[in-house]
Design a protein around this ligand. Structure first.
Ligand SMILES: [Zn+2]
Length: 307
């Protein structure tokens, strides 16, 4: 009994600590990292409206957390390094920082891109880390919305599908994207996507926002990285395709996430995230595409770095 009481007290303190972390995020220094318990979650504070997340790039396998026994347990190799290359590129271009929330735990221990049950599989330590990861995302997004009036969430992953193209996950699966523009626009599905807030602000054709000229997919294609959906590749067809997972659905597509949009970017490996040089090259393209998209769609002027 005494143990249970003590456990409750510890949990209460942890919940309190997590909410304090969230509340104070606005005071954090851009460019500085803040770590959660046991340094499993890192929040690198920013001051731009861009929030990056890296749930599957961690490498730590502490014995205190049992191995997950079901669901995906493979890490997305080099995706945390890729997210950091994108952060560095934002800083080089703007002199300011995007936010980053990264899990340092290996996916075999925690998958923050799942709901808590599948994510932590009963480990109290993993559940605590899951809570810190999502509280940090919420805090980063709230900081960005407070400062800029909107936030754009980019969740970075890596796929091993046969076609070397990046898969843009707006919380739409292949079947939904395989519809014609006309059928998609009539479906009302845009209201369930990670661009729901932006679509409501802008009006106009939902399919054009997702895969028309000057869509993110188009901006990537124009810069030499094949992307789907895009005007050049509007539908995944019968090929495997990642629709966007728990993180973007929970933090950008849910009805209680006003002023937050974003997407999941699934990257292929060879030529894009396999070497430091390729990661730096892709980071330039990604930052360029994201800056153009955010400027054109939100009317936001990124600051320019002092030369
Ligand atoms: Zn992943």
């Amino acid at each position: 009994m005494r143990f249970v009481t003590r456990l409750r007290a510890v949990l209460a303190v942890l919940v309190l600590a997590a909410s304090t972390t969230a509340a104070r995020s606005a005071d954090k220094v851009p460019g500085q990292s803040y770590f959660g318990s046991d340094r499993y979650v890192e929040y690198l504070a920013g001051d731009l409206p861009i929030v990056l997340t890296s749930p599957h790039g961690g490498r730590l396998k502490p014995e205190a957390i049992p191995n997950r026994t079901y669901g995906s347990v493979e890490m997305d190799a080099n995706t945390q390094e890729l997210a950091r290359a994108i952060l560095d590129e934002f800083f080089a271009r703007t002199g300011h920082r995007a936010h980053l929330v990264a899990s340092h735990l290996h996916r075999g221990k925690l998958d923050p891109n799942r709901e808590i049950k599948e994510a932590a599989q009963g480990s109290a330590l993993a559940e605590r880390t899951w809570g810190e990861f999502h509280a940090s995302i919420k805090a980063a997004l709230a900081t960005a919305v407070e400062r800029h009036g909107f936030a754009f969430l980019v969740d970075i992953h890596g796929h091993a599908h046969p076609i070397p193209r990046i898969e843009l996950g707006y919380a739409l699966d292949a079947k939904q994207l395989n519809q014609s523009d006309q059928a998609f626009d009539a479906s009302g599905l845009i209201g369930l996507t990670t661009l729901r807030d932006l679509a409501a602000r802008l009006g106009g054709s939902p399919s054009a926002l997702l895969r028309g000229p000057r869509s993110l997919g188009d901006l990537f294609n124009q810069r030499g990285v094949r992307a789907v959906p895009a005007p050049q590749d509007p539908q995944p067809g019968e090929h495997p395709f990642f629709a966007g997972g728990y993180i973007v659905r929970q933090h950008a597509a849910a009805p209680d996430t006003p002023k937050v949009d974003g997407l999941q970017i699934e990257t292929y490996r060879v030529g894009l995230r396999d070497t430091p040089e390729n990661r730096a090259k892709f980071a330039q393209i990604a930052v360029d595409a994201l800056m153009v998209f955010v400027h054109e769609r939100y009317g936001y002027d990124f600051p320019a770095a002092k030369k």
